[in-house]
Design a protein around this ligand. Sequence first.
Ligand SMILES: [Zn+2]
Length: 440
Amino acid sequence: MTVVPSALDNDSCDTAIRASILHFVADPDKSGDACEYFDDGLLILKQGRVQMLVEASEWLDLLPDGSQLYDYSGRLVMPGFIDTHTHYPQAEIIASYGLQLLDWLEQYTFPTEKKFAEREYADRVAGFFCEQMMRNGTTTSAVFATIHPESVDAIFEQARDRDLCLVAGKVMMDRNAPEYLRDTAESSYRDSSQLIDRWHLQGRGYYAVTPRFAPCSSPAQLEVCGQLLQEHPDLYLQSHVAENYDEVRWVAELFPDSRSYLDVYDRYGLLRERAVFAHCLHMDDEDRATMAGKGGAAAFCPTSNLFLGSGLFDLPAMRAAGIRCGLGTDVGGGTSLSLLATASEAYKVLHLQEHALPATRALYLATLGAAEALYLDDKIGNFEPGKEADFVVLDYEGSPLTARRTAAAGSIEEKLFALMTLADDRNVASTWVLGDEALS
Ligand SMILES: [Zn+2]
């Protein structure tokens, strides 16, 4: 896949990273050669983009004078993790006790999201959230703000200041929510339009039309969502679908003409390419076929699904249907901002359904698979030449336990699986964004 020049000059390299390097060039479900691993690799960068990925032994001596070499030998470099679904305002209600989805929203989420009417508060939490992303090796996130436009400005500004790639939008909610958190169809159209003008396709920012979920939006507001997408066809859409049985029953009562929960979104033109739906737990084959056909993507959020007792994501069925899938942390229903911890819980969710999830497939879902789900795989997700150089440096020795366990591993697959299962932010040695070390 790499076009190899006969020599390197200053035009093709300003920075080189030496490490064990792993990435995916294809979907491991479809290709036996999807995972590329260099035990002693060299990632060559120029102006924040990948030039090539090669064997260090063959290319180290060819680096031009003046280029910066960062030697992470013994550590593992991977593409920056991509979180396909999370809520930055809920960073401070993570790990709230004892409730399932609808009560959890009422008791914990809504009172917290009320605070984001205040811009200064939103700035503080947005900054904290971006720092936590980088601490966990995440360089791209698809994020819900709150209904307040200020909360959207806050997260886009904080991400922009750190060069992070961000998909985000203003939550739309005009019914079945407390008065203090309701907009209207008209105001949500007006506010979203202004935010689209301000943030969509600005740098690494992408705007997502963000109805919280079907029960909280009137038919008029769902129509507005469809209208925004028609007016700006390259926008994203993000929402939730089929997370919890009580929720699914409620949607059936609210939308009696729809065949299924997913069908509600489809009827308003919201199921499409660049539409990401969190959870997708209680869906049938017809839903899956429709979703695949329309190009919608699923965010698999295992820590949230287990924590809120929502159900088990059927990854094999989703993949067999041809649906794009990525991992999502879904904080604060989810219990970790780490995509490694999320991958580990994904493994357990699959195990409960008598499947397995090799580390390579799980890590694909956190990198290239997630980039494909977000239709950003022409820019991020792996180390193909020309891609934006976002990556994480993982330290096998970040904790005494991971040091001992990975040292005892007999193969790279075993080592990756142990790391994925045991890692936390101590194992993130540094995070690089657009070819610059952003956190170490
Ligand atoms: Zn969510």
